[in-house]
Design a protein around this ligand. Structure first.
Ligand code: ADP
Length: 271
C-alpha cells in the first residue's frame, strides 16, 4: 500500500526544466517510492541540483536544500535551543523540518560537512527512518514522502574527506557526468536562451577543454559555465569574449594556464 502523503501547499512551483541524460528520473522516482536515500555523484555543474529540483516538483514534495561547508555540523541540521529574553526555545533545523514535513532533503557537497552529521544521517538512511534529536531526547520518525538525497563530487582530491563506506553503503547511488554533446547543446540553448549554433560552439569548446590533461585543472568546463556564457551572449557580448569571461577565467588563476586556455578558446571560437 502506498503511504499517505501529506498534501503540499498550493504554491507548488512549476516543474523546473530538466533534460534527462538517461534513466535518472525513473530511478529517482523508484527510490522515492521505496523510501530509499539517494547519493548523486558527479562533477560540479553537471545538473545534480537541477535534477533534484525537477524531481521534487514532479513528485509533489517540498524541497529543503543545504549546501555542505566545513563548518556545517549536526546542530546546524538538527536544530538548537535559542535563548530569548530568559527563555530557552527549541528551533528545528532544516533536516528536522524536512523529516517532520515529509520533504525531500538535499545536502549538496556532503563531504565538505563535519563528520558529526553522520550520527543524524545514518538512522535516517537505513530501515529505521528516524532522526535522533539527542538534545530533546526524542526520535522523530520520518513522515511519508521524506527522502534524503546527498551529492558529492568524487573528482575532488579530498585526501581525508572521502565518503565513509558505512555511509556509502546506506545509499542507492547514481552517477551523472556532463551530458552527451548533443544533449548538452540543447540544454545550453534552452537554459541560456540562445540559438542551437551558439550552444553547439560553446559545447565544442567545452569538449576541447575537458580533454586537456596537462594543466592539472581542479575543475573543468561545466554545463553551468556554458549556460552562463550563453546568457552573456544573449546580452550582446561576443561569443568568444563571453566564453573567456564565463568559462576560461573560472578554470584557473595561473597566468600561464590562462594564456594556454585562451589560446584554445581563440582556436575554437575565434577572437
Ligand atoms: P550541480 O548541482 O551538479 O553542481 P546544477 O544542477 O546546479 O549542477 O546545474 C548547473 C546548471 O546547468 C543548471 O542551473 C541548469 O541551468 C544547467 N543544467 C545542467 N544539466 C541540466 C539538465 N540536464 N537539464 C537542464 N538544465 C541543466
Amino acid at each position: 500500500m502506498r503511504p499517505h502523503l501529506t498534501p503540499v501547499a498550493d504554491n507548488v512551483p512549476s516543474v523546473p526544466n530538466y533534460l534527462a541524460q538517461g534513466a535518472e528520473c525513473e530511478l529517482f522516482t523508484q527510490t522515492h517510492a521505496a523510501g530509499l536515500p539517494l547519493l548523486l555523484k558527479g562533477p560540479t555543474g553537471c545538473g545534480k541540483t537541477r535534477l533534484v529540483e525537477h524531481m521534487a516538483a514532479r513528485l509533489g514534495r517540498p524541497l529543503i536544500t543545504v549546501s555542505g561547508h566545513d563548518d556545517l555540523g549536526a546542530a546546524d541540521l538538527a536544530g538548537r535551543f535559542l535563548i530569548e529574553g530568559g527563555d530557552t526555545r527549541w528551533v528545528d533545523g532544516p533536516l528536522t523540518r524536512a523529516v517532520r514535513l515529509g520533504a525531500i532533503f538535499y545536502l549538496d557537497e556532503v563531504v565538505e560537512a563535519r563528520k558529526d552529521i553522520t550520527v543524524l544521517l545514518h538512522p535516517l538512511a537505513d530501515d529505521r527512518r528516524v532522526l535522533p534529536l539527542e538534545r530533546l531526547g526524542e526520535q522523530v520518525p520520518a513522515a511519508p514522502g521524506f527522502q534524503l538525497v546527498l551529492s558529492y563530487n568524487p573528482g575532488y582530491q579530498h585526501l581525508l574527506k572521502g565518503l565513509k563506506p558505512s555511509t556509502r553503503q546506506r545509499f542507492v547511488a547514481l552517477t551523472l557526468g556532463y551530458p552527451a554533446p548533443e544533449l548538452e547543446a540543447r540544454i545550453v540553448a534552452s537554459e541560456g536562451g540562445v540559438e542551437a549554433d551558439t550552444a553547439q560552439q560553446l559545447v565544442k569548446l567545452a569538449l576541447h577543454l575537458r580533454r586537456l590533461t596537462e594543466h592539472d585543472l581542479e575543475e573543468t568546463a561545466s554545463t553551468r559555465l556554458l549556460v552562463m556564457a550563453a546568457r552573456l551572449t544573449r546580452q550582446g557580448l561576443g561569443l568568444s569574449a563571453a566564453a573567456q569571461a564565463a568559462v576560461i577565467e573560472a578554470l584557473s588563476d595561473d597566468d600561464a594556464t590562462l594564456a594556454a586556455l585562451a589560446e584554445l578558446r581563440r582556436a575554437v571560437l575565434g577572437d
